[in-house]
Design a protein around this ligand. Structure first.
Ligand code: SAH
Ligand code: SF4
Ligand code: F3S
Length: 470
């Protein structure tokens, strides 16, 4: 159980007052980084740091970075340029500002970050951030610290459990990382290099963390992993458990009303997981299952290890198990060698699947990945034109899905105050944002609502009782 583990913490410096320091964490990239940022906050809380939303009042600014596309990595260096100026201005006032870089750019570039941005005090990898307090203490000695070795110890064993009050302040939905790293080596992707090989957290650790979240008022948990459905561990009965088994177990936790998981690889969708979609009302009818391309030739070059037809058959099986499931996906256009014909295949698979939600990107060459060495790179213009066509189609499908909800009654998890007084924003089973008239005291409740309209990125609803009573 990870409830009572504490990280080894040295005594604070002489004269240091607890809670005297503030940290501002800026998160880039995927949900796993969002989760890691909260856990870095936990590690720092045990050192007396409080999290602030105001960069200007922070004593420590931590960038939790993403390396997935060139643009994502570039953003970090431009942010570091601005922080260098801020640090100088602070120094002139005699105030300290420490700068830390965490996440996937930290892992990929390590020492190089200090060379390019000497204002940085600490570079810490995604597998070593439980050692962040120690790294900061060492850096305070004057020399920057780079700690990106893959730790032999399990960081989760060393991170302090999140304070219940902190969990409550973070809201009624939460992320929980159950699996990290990737062994798939898609030829375009840096993740296997930045996050290391696939590792699954043990059942007891996950159940304890989920229970703690539920006891603190969390109603919906999204299990996270770069390949979350590759999660495998020993079940309490000594049997091998896959993600499906874990979901059946988590569905038993009192108070926990909703479960989701992301991101899944088509090759790891096993029968048990599909059964879970059929059997568990707690498991929300929404699945992010990236296909990347509809062309078998490109799928092969990407090393996805399945064909377009295999993906379509899988989607059909999932829909047979849970008819109302909404599909979501990721797409890359302009992978090296992608012809007009290959791109048409992508449009065709999108037409066939009919996505409720999707993310699409222009291929970005990543140093060190096999894709970078491929010949026949697609020009920027062609990539841009293909992306535009694909996004137009995906947007049309999204709008169609939203419109199809109008008139229906669904359960809404009330999540946060809306923009207007008297309004609350809730989350639908299909991961849509829904505005409804409700009291903020109802946040955390799940109420039936009737969808009455659509907005650009959200839906509008009325409490269903009111309509029925009318
Ligand atoms: N593990 C997940 C994806 C993680 S990365 C999976 O296998 O589906 C999130 C998305 O970023 C990918 O699905 C892909 O669409 C996109 N992506 C990854 N590398 C990219 C690159 N080099 N260029 C453009 N998009 C990329
Ligand atoms: Fe990247 Fe492929 Fe692994 Fe997903 S499965 S993280 S796209 S290498
Ligand atoms: Fe980016 Fe790392 Fe996530 S590269 S997408 S932050 S795993």
């Amino acid at each position: 159980m990870n409830e009572h583990v504490s990280i080894p913490v040295a005594a604070p410096d002489a004269g240091e007052i607890k809670n005297s320091r503030k940290v501002f964490i800026k998160t880039y990239g995927c949900q796993m980084n969002v989760y890691d940022s909260t856990r870095m906050g936990d590690a720092l809380a045990s050192e007396g740091y409080v999290t602030t939303e105001e960069m200007g009042e922070a004593d420590l600014i931590l960038l939790n970075t993403c390396h997935i596309r060139e643009k994502a990595a570039d953003k970090v260096y431009s942010a570091l340029g601005r922080l260098r100026d801020m640090k100088k201005a602070r120094a002139a006032e005699g105030r300290e500002l420490m700068i830390g870089v965490a996440g996937c750019v930290a892992q990929a570039e390590g020492e190089e970050i200090i060379r390019r941005a000497p204002a940085v005090d600490v570079v810490i990898g995604p597998q070593t951030y439980h050692r962040l307090p120690e790294a900061l203490r060492r850096a305070r000695g004057g020399k920057p610290v780079v700690d990106t070795d893959y730790a032999v110890e399990d960081k989760f064993e060393h991170l302090p459990a999140t304070e219940k009050a902190t969990i409550r302040s973070r809201g009624v939905t939460a992320f929980l990382t159950v699996q990290e790293g990737c062994d798939k080596f898609c030829t375009f992707c840096v993740v296997p290099y930045t996050r290391g090989s696939e590792v699954s957290r043990p059942v007891a650790q996950i159940v304890a963390e989920a229970q703690r979240l539920a006891e603190s008022g969390v109603r919906e948990i999204t299990l996270l992993g770069q390949n979350v459905n590759a999660w495998r561990a020993e079940g309490p009965n000594g049997r091998d458990w896959s993600l499906g088994d874990l979901l059946y177990r988590l569905a038993e936790i009192p108070g926990l009303a909703r479960l989701r998981y992301t991101t899944s690889h088509p090759r790891d969708m096993d029968d048990r997981l599909i059964d879970a979609h059929r059997d568990l009302r707690t498991l929300m009818p929404y699945l992010h299952l990236p296909v990347q391309s509809g062309s078998d030739r490109i799928l092969k070059a990407m090393n996805r290890r399945h064909t377009g037809q295999e993906y379509l058959r899988l989607v059909e099986r999932i829909r047979t198990a849970r008819a109302d499931i909404a599909m979501s996906g990721d797409f890359i256009v302009g992978f090296p060698g992608e012809t007009d014909g290959d791109f048409e295949d992508t449009l065709r698979i999108v037409e066939e699947v009919n996505y409720a939600q999707a993310f699409s990107f222009k291929y970005s060459t990543r140093p060190g990945t096999p894709g970078a060495d491929l010949a026949d790179h697609v020009s920027e213009e062609v990539k841009a034109e293909r992306l535009e066509r694909l996004q137009a189609l995906l947007l049309k499908q999204q709008a169609r899905f939203a419109t199809s909800c109008v008139g229906s009654v669904m359960d809404l998890l009330l999540e946060k105050p809306g923009r207007m007084p008297g309004q609350v924003i809730g989350r639908s089973p299909w991961l849509q944002s829904v505005n409804v008239d409700a009291k903020t005291s109802q946040i955390g409740d799940i109420i039936p609502v009737r969808i009455i309209g659509t907005g650009p990125n959200s839906l509008f609803a009325e409490p269903a009782e009111r309509l029925m009573g009318a």
